[in-house]
Write a protein that binds this ligand. Sequence first.
Ligand SMILES: [Zn+2]
Length: 280
Amino acid sequence: MNIKPWVNQPPEDPAARPATPAAAVEHLLAGNGRVRAAAECACDGELYPAALPKQQPFGVVLGCSDARAPLELVFDAAPNQLFVVRVAGNVLGDECLGSIEYALANFQDSVRLLVVMGHTGCGAVAAAVQTYLSPKHAAGIAFSRSLRSVVNHILVAVRSAALSLEQAWGGDVLEDPGMPAALAELAVPLNAAMTAYQLRLELERLDAAARPEVVYCVYDLLSSRVVGPPDLASVALTPAPKDPAELVELGLQFARSAAVTRHLNLIRGPFADAPAPTPS
Ligand SMILES: [Zn+2]
């Protein structure tokens, strides 16, 4: 069954965005009408004319809730292909891990891959960077336990990103005006890689035969590419790091990538004529 009416959808027209709750309801019902029409056209009235199939996803994907990073569309997947968990910052809270464990326990015959997908321009990561750099400006989340929970999950990756930048470019990088943007750019892939590593550890208690491969990537909102190491420009779904040493090495690779250094004045900015510092 291959029902994908959204593939040929034109880019969203901002002028046509629903302005009221009633218009939003109408918009959603019209969308569902198009899906039904496509199903009727493709398979004579019912999506599954014979019988409702067993749920058989080949992939489990953990991604961010960001409206610009819709997982099924990113991978052009049809119904019943992906088991999707979306949460701000693609953080691995208890409920998300529980959903993934459920999928692995119930669909082990079909699941072959577990994907963690971060994305460029992630607001949750930006909030964690802001909290890390300027805790006094984190008042917006201070009184919300649930918001703090999302940010706290990501802070580990932000700290690690700061250490990687300092290790790659020296202590001066901490004063660079581009540091917040560089941190956010670097924390996204590190957050995805760390989560993939965490999932890999969680899966070690399963039989080797029932263990899907764990991979991670960053979805670039501008180009629609899913990218990864070594330069955050190569299209890839990268296997989860095997140990903490690999995570450290990844942090350094990413810190030296053009995707990250383009934010740093120290390397590319107003002193672009000066030779770039040698990575240390
Ligand atoms: Zn996000």
